[in-house]
Design a protein around this ligand. Structure first.
Ligand code: NAP
Length: 244
């Protein structure tokens, strides 16, 4: 089978490796934002398609049998384009979406709809570990009455003001290191997306143990599409495999 995977996640990489090992012809598409990304097996293409129309043409020209949207849960635009392009090209779509994180028993998170709302919610004097990436950073940095520790994989283009400092690092992160980070910077609030998965989940348990308030920014809405929540389930659907 000829399969196009919209990637940029660990799951997309694993799925491509598994499908290639089974002898399928897999192409992974990356937005091209990360320098030196870890690449999966199969063919790689980089950069935007030019919207849903560009993706439609790419699917038709490449005579793909399946489109898998394995992008990050917060990559809303490409996922929306995938729904449109799958419908117009007639190529079946499968969405691979990680389950959301849930608070531990007796733990409460503040759930908010946007970075803007989260920035507004913070109390003056808060010391914030910000793990929401580059999107919406400007809303937080306007809060000069708070101190921000901005963890990013790649530094943003924007200037970082005096009341913020960058922590440039790459997941996975372990519990002991996360606990140390919260303690070292006297963190009072953790602002996070509900990314799901295991690579960055330790911060939530570290926050719970340290009594740090968790502010969770909700996932964007998605149009309906056939969806699975794990690489194994995706393999079942794509290969017609049944599990007993
Ligand atoms: P986005 O806002 O949904 O997409 C913006 C535009 O970037 C899309 O319209 C598309 O351009 C292009 N694009 C995005 N993903 C692509 C892909 N896999 N292959 C080709 N073009 C792609 O996406 P985003 O939030 O910027 O995320 C970009 C990439 O980073 C995705 O692959 C995602 O899986 C990964 N990522 C995102 C996050 C996050 O928090 N958003 C976190 C970790 C990894 P055209 O319209 O021109 O096709």
């Amino acid at each position: 089978m000829h399969i196009l995977i919209l990637g940029g996640t660990a799951e997309a990489r694993l799925l491509a490796d598994r499908l290639a090992a089974l002898g399928h012809d897999v192409t992974t598409s990356l937005a091209g934002r990360t320098q030196n990304p870890v690449l999966p097996a199969g063919t790689i293409r980089m950069g935007g398609f030019g919207g849903a129309t560009g993706l439609d043409h790419y699917l038709r020209d490449g005579q793909f049998d399946f489109l898998v949207d394995a992008t990050h849960p917060y990559a809303a635009r490409i996922s929306d384009n995938a729904v449109t392009a799958a419908a117009s090209s007639g190529v079946p779509l499968l969405r691979l979406m990680r389950p959301q994180w849930r608070p531990a028993a007796a733990q409460k998170w503040v759930d908010l709809a946007s970075a803007e709302d989260a920035a507004r919610f913070l109390t003056s004097g808060a010391r914030v570990l910000l793990t929401t990436g580059h999107t919406g950073l400007e809303h937080f940095l306007m809060r000069s009455d708070c101190r921000f520790f901005v963890r990013v994989i790649e530094p943003p283009d924007t200037a970082i003001p005096h009341h913020a400092e960058l922590i440039v690092s790459r997941p996975p992160y372990g519990l002991a290191a996360e606990a140390h980070l919260l303690d070292r910077h006297g963190i009072t609030h953790l602002v996070s997306k509900n990314s799901g998965g295991t690579q960055t989940a330790a911060k939530l348990e570290a926050a719970r143990r340290a009594g740090v308030e968790v502010v969770m920014i909700a996932r964007p809405p998605y149009r309906p599409a056939p969806e699975v929540s794990s690489v194994e389930e995706a393999l079942d659907v794509l290969t017609g495999r049944s599990r007993s």
